[in-house]
Design a protein around this ligand. Structure first.
Ligand code: PXG
Ligand code: PLP
Length: 439
């Protein structure tokens, strides 16, 4: 067994972590396989979060491991600017097979944050090439999470991710969020109430004028801020208002993409087609960092009009379409396809829903929401100590052998799509115990 107890933990400044608290009582993972992690004290931990919403095909899948191993020994790196390598084109073609024919243009990045920056930049540049360069405003939404780049925190709507980082991008505004416990608590699937919140976009158009607005970016399902599903009709209405005013609609599907909701993408599930889609996480099953932006023909083709030899978009990353990430992506999509994992998520969804909703009535549980293989369990906060109760549940669950994710006092569950019914029962049982034992 690998032991990490002798490690000096000081040098690694951990992301989104209470560093001093963690380093007093570290939680270390040293191995993974299928539905489970192994901790450094040799315990098996059921992965209720697909790592961080990304390991949709389960851990250490041999075909992905082998594809990465082979690729790194064959072509470790190739420059993506004015040069190509076959795997990036192959992955783009494989992804295009699960996209609408009108949206098959894939721009590779290395993370969700880079994907968001890329989509926002494409939106601004799109209007400029179309001769509408005054369209520079970007509209996000309260309680949106779009990563941690300056673009993402600007359009994002989480106060702790914004308040310490200055003035961010200029010219950004936000729609109201759609979370409404009073009307929608314990809804299974999409909430009934809240379609009218889409009209908030008309309010922003009236304030700024459509001729100044480039794009609206939303997560079709807000993941990080607590599994907030879109009210019935809400996304349709956003699409209509964007169309009416010539505003691009961007869906951030970094979490909702690749099967999480029981369909390839949330836009499939909800039947609303955005102009661009941002993905990351599940694209490579989390094995090698990679993200992408899918652009419609309308957006992409607008750039393909300049003089021959002109670079159409002055944007890209050293690691855009990295060969090892591309190889991991190809092997990942192959598993999704051959194991029908997106359909599987949809088939298991009713059992998942029923089992997770059985926690209703447990002390302090004030809402449960779900779709596909994702769920949010919201707890009442201890007065004056937001997040303390859920953190207590998180630590207790980990000791019992279950990994969950918490945000504020909301528990998010998003297991690998290979989960079995017995694991779903285990998630609910361990979580229920942890909630009952917590303060
Ligand atoms: N957009 C969305 C919708 C995301 O969920 C990002 C962008 C940024 O992706 P990168 O790869 O740059 O992290 C994300 C990432 C959480 C949590 O606690 C969620 C994410 C990241 C970190 C924590 O739920 N999602
Ligand atoms: N900073 C410097 C000094 C660089 O040379 C580069 C890339 O060449 C970057 C930042 C951007 O790095 P990346 O392309 O990995 O995002």
């Amino acid at each position: 067994m690998t032991t990490t107890t002798a490690l000096d933990l000081d040098a690694f400044w951990m992301p989104f972590t209470a560093n001093r608290q963690f380093k007093q009582a570290p939680r270390m993972l040293v191995k993974a396989e299928g539905m489970h992690y192994t901790s450094d004290d040799g315990r098996k931990v059921l992965d209720g979060t697909a790592g961080l919403w990304c390991v949709n095909a389960g851990h250490c899948r041999p075909t992905i491991v082998e594809a990465v191993r082979r690729q790194v020994g064959e072509l470790d790196y190739a420059p993506p600017f004015q040069m190509g390598h076959p795997k990036a084109f192959e992955l783009a073609n494989q992804v295009a097979r699960i996209l609408p024919a009108s949206h098959k243009h894939v721009f590779f990045v290395n993370s969700g944050s880079e994907g968001v920056d890329t989509a926002l930049k494409i939106a601004l540049a799109y209007h400029r090439v179309k001769g509408e360069g005054a369209r520079q405003r970007l509209i996000g939404r309260e309680r949106g999470y779009h990563g941690v780049g300056f673009g993402g925190i600007s359009v994002g709507g989480m106060v702790n991710n914004r308040k310490t980082f200055g003035s961010m991008l200029a010219g950004v505004d936000h729609l109201r969020h759609t979370h409404d416990l009073a009307r929608n608590a314990f809804t299974k699937g999409q909430p009934e109430h809240g379609v009218e919140l889409a009209e908030d976009l008309e309010r922003l158009v009236a304030l700024h004028d459509a001729s100044t607005i480039a794009a609206v970016i939303v997560e079709p399902m807000a993941g990080s801020t607590g599994v907030l599903l879109p009210p019935k009709g809400y996304l349709q209405r956003l699409r209509e208002i964007c169309d009416k005013h010539g505003i691009l609609l961007i869906f951030d599907e970094v979490i909702s993409g690749f099967g999480r909701l029981g369909a390839p993408f949330a836009f499939d599930k909800f039947g609303v087609t955005p102009d661009m889609v941002v993905v990351a996480k599940g694209l490579t099953n989390g094995t090698v960092p990679m993200g992408a932006v899918f652009a419609s023909d309308k957006v992409h083709d607008a750039f393909m009009t300049g003089p021959e030899g002109a670079i159409e978009l002055f944007h890209g990353y050293t690691y855009s379409g990295h060969p090892v990430a591309a190889a991991a992506g190809i092997a990942t999509l192959d598993i999704y396809r051959t194991e029908r994992l997106f359909e599987r998520a949809n088939e298991l969804a009713p059992y998942w829903e029923e089992t997770i909703h059985s926690l209703r009535g447990t002390a302090n549980v004030i809402d449960i929401r779900n779709m596909g293989l994702v769920a949010g369990v919201e707890l009442a906060s201890i007065p004056g100590k937001v997040g303390a109760r859920a953190y207590d549940v998180f630590v207790r669950a980990f000791k019992k052998g279950l990994l969950i994710r918490t945000t504020g006092d909301i528990i998010a569950l998003s297991p690998p799509l290979i989960i079995e019914k017995a694991h779903i029962d285990e998630v609910a049982n361990k979580l229920s115990e942890a909630i009952r034992e917590a303060a």
